[in-house]
Design a protein. Structure first.
Ligand code: MEV
Length: 313
C-alpha cells in the first residue's frame, strides 16, 4: 500500500517562522506517495547504500536533478533517525502521487513524510503521526539545514495549522468552510537554504529594520488567525497582500512572483502572496468560488505559467 504526505501552502509568515514567529499553513489536496519493497533483482542504480529509488513524481523541469544530493542526505538522515540499516537487505523506494515537485509547495516535506510512513510500514514499526513528523523533520534537514518544521508538520497532519517553532506549537484551525485558492508556479526551481541564509545575513546587518518587520509579522499572524476562524475572507486577502509586502521587504520575492501576484490581484483575487522559500517557486491567491478561481488560474496560464486549483481550510 502506498503511504502519503501532503503538499502545503504557507498563508502567513514563511521565513519569519524560522525565528519563532507564528505562521499559518494549509495542506493542499495533492500528495506524494511512497512504497518500500525488498529489492529482489535489477532495481536500477543504487541511490545510497542499500536503497534503490524510483522517483515517478511529476516535476517542474530541473527540480529533481537540482535536489538529488539533498535527497540523498535526506534519506540518510531519516534512516539514521529510524535506526535502520538496509544494506544487508536492500530496499526499493518508489515515489509517486499527484503533487508536482516544485519549489514552494512542500514537495520535499511531502516526500519525507510519505517515505517515513512507508518505511514504518515495511519494517512493521507502527509509528504514530508524532514520530512520523519527527522523522520527516530529520529528512527535511537534508533539504534545508535548519528547517522550522512547518512543512513536515503540514505534510504529516494535513488541514489548516497554526505553527510555532518555539515554544513548539501546532494548533489545528478550522475555517467555517473550505476556500478555493490558486497556486501559480514561476517554474523557477529555488534553493530554500540560500533564501533562508540570505534573510539571516540581512537581518544581522539591519537589526532595527528587521526587528520592526518581524514585530509586524507577529501581529499579522494573530490578526490573520482571527480572520480565518471567522471566515472573513476580505480581511484574510488584505492580510495576505500585506504579508507579501513584508516578504518583499526581507527580499525573498522575485520579479516572477511579483508579476503573478499582480496578475492574480488584477483578476479579482482577494489577496495574493508568494509562498514558501521564495526567490522563485510558487505564489498563492485567495479566490473564493469556482468562477473566480478559474478566472485567476486562466489569467496566470495566459502569462505562460502553470496554475494549480486547490483549496484551503
Ligand atoms: C519553506 O517552505 C518555509 C521557510 O520558512 C523555511 C522553514 O520554515 O523551514 C522558508
Amino acid at each position: 500500500m502506498a503511504n502519503e504526505g501532503y503538499g502545503k501552502v504557507i498563508l502567513f509568515n514563511e521565513h519569519f517562522v524560522v525565528y519563532g514567529i507564528p505562521a499559518i499553513a494549509s495542506a493542499v489536496d495533492r500528495s506524494t506517495t511512497a512504497t518500500v519493497e525488498p529489492c529482489m533483482t535489477s532495481c536500477g542504480g543504487e541511490f545510497i547504500p542499500g536503497v534503490y529509488l524510483e522517483d515517478q513524481r511529476p516535476e517542474t523541469p530541473g527540480y529533481k536533478e537540482s535536489k538529488i544530493d539533498q535527497q540523498r542526505d535526506s534519506i540518510r538522515y531519516m534512516l539514521e533517525a529510524m535506526d535502520l540499516d538496509p544494506t544487508p537487505k536492500p530496499i526499493k523506494v518508489t515515489l509517486g502521487g499527484e503533487l508536482m515537485c516544485a519549489s514552494g509547495i512542500g514537495a520535499s516535506a511531502a516526500s519525507c513524510t510519505a517515505m517515513a510512513r512507508a518505511l514504518s510500514d515495511f519494517y512493521s514499526l507502527d509509528l504514530d503521526d508524532d514520530r512520523i513528523n519527527e522523522i520527516a523533520y530529520q529528512g527535511e534537514r537534508g533539504y534545508h539545514g535548519t528547517p522550522s518544521g512547518i512543512d513536515n508538520t503540514a505534510a504529516t497532519f494535513g488541514g489548516l495549522i497554526w505553527f510555532r517553532k518555539e515554544p513548539p506549537t501546532m494548533d489545528r484551525m478550522k475555517m467555517p468552510q473550505q476556500v478555493e485558492v490558486v497556486m501559480g508556479n514561476t517554474g523557477k526551481v529555488a534553493d530554500t537554504t540560500a533564501a533562508v541564509a540570505g534573510v539571516r545575513e540581512r537581518r544581522e546587518q539591519n537589526p532595527e529594520k528587521y526587528g520592526a518587520l518581524f514585530d509586524e509579522a507577529s501581529e499579522m499572524a494573530a490578526t490573520a488567525r482571527e480572520a480565518l476562524n471567522a471566515g472573513d475572507l476580505e480581511k484574510v486577502g488584505r492580510l495576505m497582500d500585506e504579508n507579501h509586502r513584508l516578504l518583499q521587504e526581507i527580499e525573498v520575492s522575485s520579479p516572477e512572483l511579483d508579476l503573478l501576484v499582480d496578475v492574480a490581484r488584477a483578476n479579482g483575487a482577494l489577496g495574493a502572496k508568494m509562498t514558501g522559500g521564495g526567490l522563485g517557486g510558487n505564489m498563492v491567491a485567495l479566490t473564493p468560488g469556482k468562477e473566480l478561481q478559474e478566472k485567476v488560474a486562466k489569467a496566470i496560464e495566459a502569462e505562460g505559467y502553470a496554475a494549480l486549483r486547490t483549496r484551503i481550510g
